[in-house]
Design a protein around this ligand. Structure first.
Ligand code: ZN
Length: 412
């Protein structure tokens, strides 16, 4: 594999190659094609969503000798120089490390000087990190920029920008990739780069990416470098199965296996919490799950079998374990203890364990009725649990609709 990182190698070179940001692409291409591009832009959005790439494409097309329909040709000397990072027309500044007023004054002094191309483009990254005096100096220039100068301000945190700066710029917001878009992008890159990566490894990569193309491609690179079969993938489904089956041995073996593969207990705990959270969302709000839609169906099936109360209990127990791990010399012990609590509910008498058991009993009582995701609602007429859509005369106790007091200490 080439030494160049996948993210750099598959950086979009044209607006049409920029995935998942259609609204931004449309706005920029149209304004450039119609010759009414602005002089100051604010690109905001999470890291790895294409802000800097878009700024460079904009810089390219504004200086391209042969632009077409708002796109750069990517072949002329100017386009190639921008791609190599050697163009005299494009200046990138990381505001996080050059945040003082001197760096800004220096930039402004040079901005008024001529440039070989048609436009002098300044790309200021992490612009919310500028000091107040530096921001004030920038604002003065934004109010009356030299006619050939274009500013692109990029930030992950637009709330930290002053209203005046925001009002002087055209603000374009970049969004996280949806899981389906990211899945498609990762698969395309893997195929184009000739990487042999298994489906489960792709899923793990998309998960780790959490909506960011950059993070997903870094994860893909790690997986590809370690064989591509996702051998180090942790079977998180199996963990949920062991909670359903109340099989402590199986759950502890899964943890031991993951740790022997080099997973650190904290990261593993975070992954388990994330998985349970996705399971909970797959029942309550499937649109919010960061997984490809087919996986959401599989996960929601598993999550329904465990039940909402069990999922919440798992998130709470592992969450407290994670908090305590910050001070613990041996975090694995805390993870093991939390897992024993979750897979040996009979040994547990705290209220959330009881609620989970009641909910399970209710599901068993409701013969032939698909397992309810939530504890059964109470029929106001009879004061009894409503099972299968109608009130029955049963001895089933009415369970509260959500577990309370479930802050059991995982290390007790
Ligand atoms: Zn060109």
């Amino acid at each position: 594999m080439a030494t160049q990182s996948l993210y750099r190698r598959y950086r979009p070179r044209r607006f049409s190659e920029l995935k998942g940001q259609d609204h931004v692409v449309r706005a920029l291409r149209t304004s450039v094609a119609e010759g009414r591009s602005g002089q100051a832009y604010l690109f905001s959005g999470p890291r790895g969503t294409g802000k800097t790439s878009s700024a460079r494409i904009l810089a390219k097309v504004l200086n391209c000798t042969n632009p077409d329909g708002g796109e750069p040709c990517c072949e002329c000397e100017s386009c190639l120089a921008v791609e190599r990072g050697t163009s005299y027309d494009v200046h990138e500044l990381d505001a996080a490390s050059n945040n003082g007023v001197d760096a800004m004054r220096d930039l402004i002094d040079k901005a008024s000087l001529g440039t070989p191309g048609r436009h002098k483009v300044y790309i200021l990254d992490e612009v919310h990190m500028l000091t107040k005096p530096a921001e004030a100096a920038l604002l003065k220039t934004l109010e009356e920029p030299p006619p050939h100068v274009v500013f692109v301000l990029a930030t992950t945190d637009p709330q930290k920008m002053s209203d005046t700066i925001r009002s002087r710029t055209q603000h374009l917001q970049f969004h996280l990739f949806t899981a389906d878009d990211l899945d498609a992008h990762v698969r395309w890159v893997a195929e184009d780069a000739g990487l042999d990566v298994s489906d489960s490894a792709i899923e793990q990569v998309v998960n780790r990416g959490a909506g960011s193309a950059r993070d997903a491609l870094s994860a893909l690179e790690l997986v590809a470098n370690s064989g591509g079969d996702g051998a180090e993938t942790v079977p998180l489904d199996e963990f949920v199965e062991s909670m359903i089956e109340q099989d402590a041995g199986r759950a502890l073996s899964m943890v031991a296996g993951a740790i022997s593969l080099g997973h650190d207990p904290r990261t593993l705990t975070e992954e388990l919490i994330g998985y349970l959270r996705n399971g909970f969302l797959s029942i309550m709000a499937p649109d919010l799950v960061q997984l490809p839609s087919q996986r959401v169906d599989e996960l929601s099936e598993l999550a329904r079998r465990l039940g909402a109360a069990g999922l919440v209990r798992g998130i709470e127990q592992l969450g407290s374990a994670l908090t305590e791990m910050r001070q613990a010399p041996d975090p694995r012990v805390l993870l093991d203890v939390a897992i024993v609590h979750l897979t040996m509910e009979r040994a547990d008498t705290d209220i959330s364990a009881l609620v989970t058991r009641i909910a399970k009993l209710e599901r068993q009582l409701a013969d032939g009725v698909p397992a309810a995701a939530q504890a059964a609602p109470v029929d106001p007429g009879t004061g009894r649990a409503t099972l299968g859509g109608r009130a029955r005369r049963t001895e089933a106790p009415a369970a509260p609709s959500s577990p309370t007091g479930g802050t059991a200490n995982a290390a007790e």
